[in-house]
Ligand binder design. Sequence first.
Ligand code: ATP
Ligand code: MG
Ligand code: MG
Ligand code: MG
Length: 430
Amino acid sequence: MKTTVQLLKNHIDEEVKIGAWLANKRSSGKIAFLQLRDGTGFVQGVVVKSEVEESVWNDAKSVTQESSLYVTGTVQKDDRSPTGVELVVSKIEVIHEAVDYPITPKEHGTEFLMDNRHLWLRSKKQHAIMRIRNEIIRATYEFFNKEGFSKIDPPILTGSSAEGTTTLFHTRYFDEDAYLSQSGQLYMEAAAMAFGRVFSFGPTFRAEKSKTRRHLIEFWMIEPEMAFVEHDESLEIQEQYVSYLAKSVLENCKIELNTLGRDLSMLEKIQAPFPRISYDDAIKLLKEKGFDDIEWGEDFGAPHETAIAESFDMPVFITNYPKDIKAFYMKPDPEREDVVLCADLIAPEGYGEIIGGSQRIDDLELMKKRYEEHDLSPEAYEWYLQLRKYGSVPHSGFGLGLERTVAWLSGIEHIREAIPFPRLLNRLYP
Ligand code: ATP
Ligand code: MG
Ligand code: MG
Ligand code: MG
């Protein structure tokens, strides 16, 4: 019977056939261990010289790394293997022989691996990370569907920008100027006024000129937006969502977390509610920790975020930032005009900002004033202003960076491994 590696555990003691590639191989004079992968998982194939035909033994000895095969064998329970099974091989058919596969089991440098990203994706580690990414996407749809959100897709080509203009990718749209989306937020506000609770999941583009282990040029963002939801309720939804992601990965990616050597206790701790600290108190905390390179009114850099997060062993919300360092659409705190009703969610272990969110300004006059202060042209945003003219309501939303979350939950060093084909400052290939 033909099956996949993932389903082998349902066929104990049966003879099966799988299509697979040879990931790695060890052999002695009497026995060969073939590390097989078929995309759904990895399994060890065992070839015992004395129990197979000579041609099968010869194939097992000569088959090269990354050759494609059909392998027939009997599934056997094996408690030492992460998948719980191994395959006792009786037949090997070589579909295609790979010659001189460049990524060998020895160590390679990062640039070499990045040049060979199309092949590097086949490795056990990259496979584990992409499966975790897939689980986070699956759990995202599940969570928001359960909570009554509709998925609404904002445009990717836009005539105006949501945030500052310095990191915008410019392109031509026939005779007009256009930009690649940096965030779907403004459109999601319109969607929330039409559908109540919405979320988007799509690519966003930022011409980030800095090289950090947290920034990609092209990344995927999940952007929920909620009508009739004020700031505190939004924080509750955020912490429930992030806890749900951690729980889903823990439950459904055991093999992958094991492959990555992830410290599970760090993931088990991620449970709502999350601690909150105001921007004011975060500044005080940094001063206590000896930081003298930051003053009230300045935005945090990565070292600041990491230092703040170290005081908590969970993700932490930093709330109520000064209005001047945040986006124009954030609602001022009614008790203090100089700060806004916003929060960044900072992950532990140095992974930095996972979510940025806020309650939005719902008053037309105040929004017009912000346009003037930020030198934005109201004509380009006429449609956005109209949302405050026809049945304006309190509403809040947030954006979660998919790759930041994948990197954090997987416990990997650099964000470039959290997306299949990373776009980086000096990399548009492959
Ligand atoms: P940062 O302060 O780290 O530069 P940001 O405040 O510019 O992030 P937002 O505009 O708030 O980011 O975007 C929402 C989320 O998108 C962030 O919390 C983060 O998870 C993610 N994100 C932002 N920029 C990038 C990027 N260049 N690469 C990957 N993820 C990003
Ligand atoms: Mg940024
Ligand atoms: Mg930020
Ligand atoms: Mg932010």
